[in-house]
Write a new protein. Sequence first.
Length: 392
Amino acid sequence: MKKRLVYICDWLPPDFGAVGQYALLFAREWARDGWAVTLVGLTSSRSTREPAEAIGDGTLELVQVHRRTYKKQRFASRLAWTVLSNVLLLRTAFGAIRTADAVLFTGSPPLMLHFIAPLNVLLRKQLIYRITDFHPECLIAERGDSGLALRLLLRLTQFWRRRVDAFEVLGIDQGRRLTDAGVSQERIRLKRDPSPVAFTTGIMPLPAPDELRGGAGIILYSGNWGVAHDERTFIEAYSEYLTKSKLGLRFWLNATGPKADRVESVFRSRGLPIYRSSLVPLESLPRLLLAADAHLITLRDPFVGYVLPSKVHACIESGKRILFVGNESSDVHLLASGALPAHKYLRVDVGDVESLIKALHAMERAVARERNPNIKIRDPFIGIEQRSRLAR
């Protein structure tokens, strides 16, 4: 008889959300290993329940619960949305949980731990927490201080975490955060997200928009640009960089989130070149990532170990350059520096505008050298005159 797993997450495809995209991949993986999996998540469309599909030695049943979207900037509405979403997800999954051997839940929607752990005191199922984001630590990092209410919530969160059987972490930095909070290493296992897309032979990049033509190349920010991500360093550095560059890397913003809106607003008010597009469907993501010469990833220091930008995996797989504005203790740095050659990866600290200006100039020269390998140019990494061998 097959073992049964209930897998709970937030937005399932085609709704945008990295957690749901990976949940679908991992649910299929559990099914191939012989489990009967019920995946329960949210959808902005009507609620549906699909018949169980045979996958490998197991099966996958997909259950989608309708929820409206919400504005993340409004804390009260966000909290109300979160509470109701968690209740609806658990109510929908309850029948399957009663007969399950294990329940796996993610960090999205937030605070699911506070609903499912008390319930599991009665049901006594194996509880697996794929801790995609840390809550309330992310809220504390966002606000800059905890306050009495958040300190109490954090203590309650740590109480319930001690009653979780196993944790899946996305990075080594997340594992450190858990062990620092008193979770034993034996209950933590590293299970990274893979790239959600494949870069097959012969795939063609998306055409560069007319607004991005005429520059030295394209630097792309794709995905979510929210509270965990730094934007100030890039805004100031890019503004200054363009005053000293004849052509300059053009900036393509393919993102959602409050920081994305701010970057666009500031760039347009300063007359800086920017092209903003809507998020592309998942099947078009490889073509988008290949259209850029470099990818920008940012992460504020207080969120290191609490948040791991999932797009790093696809950016690495694309083979393009990566510019990371963030701390070297983040797994973004660990992964990118380990997977990419030195001439394709640059990192600067948050707030170090001068170093980011130099990095942008270095990246511009490297892109020019890649596009025209025969030109003589000062190598930004070695510092001597030479013909480029790195682009061959």
